[in-house]
Design a protein around this ligand. Structure first.
Ligand SMILES: [Zn+2]
Length: 197
């Protein structure tokens, strides 16, 4: 395998990228100047060196200097009473942009699946996270308004209400059916959070 084939092969491992798009990426890089390529190489190695998984919310971020926590989990001005469950790291960024939420987060890492796809959520990690959450009074399920998202919300609602006196809510209407959280705008998210049921 030569250099071009090797790089193409690496790009095909990206989510949603096939061999043709991977080749287009390689040729795009070849056409850029050396400065761009070197910036990209450094950005990739910086991420590899500095971004780690937060032990509380499990998203990837630059962690606090003294604790194995991201800036949101280490922020004591955010309430421990609310925990929002999201599918992926980028959903947190989206919710933060809306400025409507000031509790803590947990990244499930995916959804369960009704549609035959391979489903996955970090269920054991969630159970562990909840064991240490003594101040928690509400869990907010902020999953996509898709079949799999709703199926996962139902599953978690049943699972999490077993023997616990915690309010479990889901984001309200406003998120259109079929939409993923990461594509929702700030106003919609704010509204959905306010109208949670
Ligand atoms: Zn965190």
């Amino acid at each position: 395998m030569n250099e071009l084939e090797k790089l193409t092969e690496l790009f095909t491992q990206f989510p949603g990228i096939g061999p043709r798009q991977a080749r287009r990426f390689v040729f795009f890089l070849l056409r850029q100047n050396a400065g761009y390529r070197s910036t990209l190489v450094h950005a990739i190695s910086d991420v590899a060196e500095h971004a780690q998984q937060c032990t509380h919310c499990l998203r990837y971020a630059r962690l606090h200097a003294q604790k194995p926590l991201c800036n949101l989990c280490a922020d004591s001005s955010r309430t421990e009473e609310e925990l929002m469950l999201v599918e992926k790291d980028t959903d947190i960024d989206q919710m933060e942009k809306s400025g409507a939420y000031s509790g803590k987060y947990f990244v499930l890492g995916g959804t369960l699946s009704l549609t035959g796809k391979k489903g996955f959520i970090r269920e054991q990690e969630l159970v562990k996270r909840l064991e240490g959450a003594s101040e928690l009074s509400e869990i907010i399920l902020a999953l996509s308004a898709t079949t799999d998202g709703e199926y996962t919300s139902d599953y978690l609602t049943t699972k999490l209400s077993e023997g616990k006196d915690i309010k479990i809510s889901t984001l309200g209407r406003g998120l259109s059916t079929g939409s993923e959280l990461e594509y929702a705008d700030a106003t919609t998210l704010k509204q959905a959070l306010k109208n949670r049921v």
